[in-house]
Design a protein around this ligand. Structure first.
Ligand code: BTN
Length: 289
């Protein structure tokens, strides 16, 4: 067995094989594969704090995640079968500080693009879209959005260089969501037999490639995000917490993504750009008169 691979418990043999193959192909440097864990993001962060002697990118993948973390301190619920993994990445290669100069805000867009492109291979002909900043969604026939997967990026140090990119994808029977956008699973989008380890390997590879491209040419990643943006041209509500953790809501028509990765919203002839926030409503634009 590969000495860059740690196994905890008894994860499925096929999963272990695919992860070992990602290491053998040089796509990732090392991995930890668990049968069950609380949160792969948490595992990656804790490990990094206690021991940094592993080769990056480092993958943490689990068969069953019991306390998945979502954005804004929420819990990430799992469905019947779902993917849960995190990749520890160093954004600065050797002495090359270009990545740190690049707007790190747009990194999450690059991760979304990588994940969506890989997932579309399995969902095709159903297109996979992105809801800024990085929710993996589909648009249903009536124009409403459903969430297929989520991305949680956490910095591991003050230095902008190291991050944990956590991704969750519903594979079959998604969880029922009380608040927010309803969930959908990959299995509902295709008649193909979706194998967990194949989806995992494809998404991991695509996300790592996408981040590598983002480092050298962030603009081309933005173009690919814009093609998948499910908000452009629609009336949306963006919610933000201020310093007193009071919520402010901005309603307007989305004018797409700016060069720095921020979201452009027009309200009463005023264009505003948002670097952070959560989209809570997406409506087909009203036509006045
Ligand atoms: C969101 O949409 O709120 C982000 C969800 C991110 C979930 C993934 S599952 C793997 C990784 N480990 C976690 O605890 N969270 C991320």
């Amino acid at each position: 067995m590969n000495d860059q691979l740690t196994i905890d418990g008894q994860p499925a043999e096929m999963l272990v094989r695919y992860v070992a193959s990602l290491i053998d192909q040089g796509i990732i440097g090392s991995a930890r594969c668990t049968q069950t864990t609380g949160s792969t993001n948490q595992d990656a962060l804790e490990e990094w704090r206690s021991d940094r002697a592993f080769a990056l990118p480092r993958l943490h993948v689990t068969e069953t995640q019991t306390a998945g973390r979502g954005r804004r301190g929420r819990t990430w619920l799992r469905g019947e079968r779902s993917l849960a993994f995190s990749v520890m990445l160093d954004l600065i290669d050797g002495d090359d500080a270009r990545a740190s100069d690049t707007n790190v805000g747009s990194l999450s867009l690059a991760v979304g693009v990588g994940a969506a492109e890989a997932l579309e291979f399995f969902s095709s002909p159903s297109p996979i879209g992105l809801k800024w900043p990085n929710d993996i969604c589909i648009q249903t026939a009536d124009g409403s959005l459903k969430k297929l997967g989520g991305i949680l990026i956490e910095a591991v140090s003050q230095r902008a260089g190291s991050v944990v990119v956590g991704i969750g994808v519903n594979l079959t029977r998604p969880p029922s969501i009380q608040q927010g956008f309803p969930a959908v699973s990959l299995g509902e989008l295709t008649t193909k037999d979706v194998r967990d380890e194949e989806v995992l390997a494809a998404v991991v590879q695509s996300v790592i490639e996408s981040v590598a491209e983002w480092k050298s040419d962030a603009k081309s990643l933005l173009t690919r995000f814009r093609k998948r943006c499910l908000l452009t041209g629609r009336e949306i509500t963006l919610r933000q917490l201020n310093e007193q953790t009071r919520e402010r809501a901005f309603v307007g028509v989305c004018h797409g993504i700016a060069e720095d990765g921020s979201l452009r919203i027009m309200n009463q002839s005023t264009m505003r750009q948002f670097h952070t926030g959560e989209i809570s409503d997406v409506r087909i634009r009203r036509h006045d008169g």
